[in-house]
Design a protein around this ligand. Sequence first.
Ligand code: UDP
Ligand code: MG
Length: 322
Amino acid sequence: MKKNNTLFIVIPCYNEEEVIHETTKRLKEKLNKLIKDEVISNNSRVMYVNDGSKDKTWELIKEISDAEEHFTGITLSRNRGHQNALVAGLLTAKNYADVVISMDADLQDDINAIDEMLEKYNDGCDIVYGVRSSRKKDTFFKKFTAEGFYKFMSLMGVDIVFNHADYRLTSRRVLDNFADFKEVNLFLRGMFPLIGYKSDKVYYERAERFAGESKYPLKKMLNFAWDGITSFSVKPLRFICILGFIILFISVLIMIYSLVQKIIGNTVDGWTFLNISIWFIGGLQMLSLGVVGEYVGKMYNETKARPRYIVSENLLENKKGK
Ligand code: UDP
Ligand code: MG
């Protein structure tokens, strides 16, 4: 069992001046204990990522970094949003760490889950997902929309972990592989399952924000959900195709109906021709759009240029080392 790994905790911060001191205090205690117990090495750090905050967040991070041995930070040139800030932190941290955990600045995610995450890492897991065990503290609306979103994503064929956000442990090799995913439309919780390796889950209760306000108002949430779907699934395009087929099929029924009406003599002049034309052309157009969509979808997947596979072990390499 490997011990004494260097752990980096990456925390994106946007206008978090109200919480950063308390967060530092709590994490300092946690880190000191883990170092004392020799679970992690003394080189371990908490790395704050200032996401172009407009308040004093970066000044505070610099102060904390000066005063505290185990705290450090990076800052982005402007606000780039939570997902980008997180990637900046992860890809920076991987140069120094064996294992990285990402979490939010408000510590809504229970930091005591870190111990269990590290245990699972030591047992050979490369990714450990933090999963909310319940949503007791959420409003009905939040619970309904959030869980609905996860279900909808699975329906769209996206492999995501139910009720897992961005509280997760990743090993350095996972982050090295992650660096090969060059897409700019980020939806991290969908990307890590694509990487593979042995993974596990740790369950925790999510608390409320202890200070400050959520930086994710409903509008941003909806944008994020929409991004998640459109960055990961080309199924909406496939639906256009299917819809095209359905309408074409209906147009055949309409054709029969219209002809029957015509034969019975139940129609005015021109009605049959118009009725059939409208349905047939509508269906044909929808189907054509769907066919174009299929190609657009393929191009979209190609432009993402995701790695086709990741080799996790090569026995030849092992022999060389011996
Ligand atoms: N955040 C960020 N950039 C942004 C918005 C948010 O780095 O543009 C950070 C924020 O500081 C926090 C995390 O993302 O650490 C999650 O935000 P928040 O807690 O407000 O979201 P909620 O928990 O309400 O979904
Ligand atoms: Mg929060």
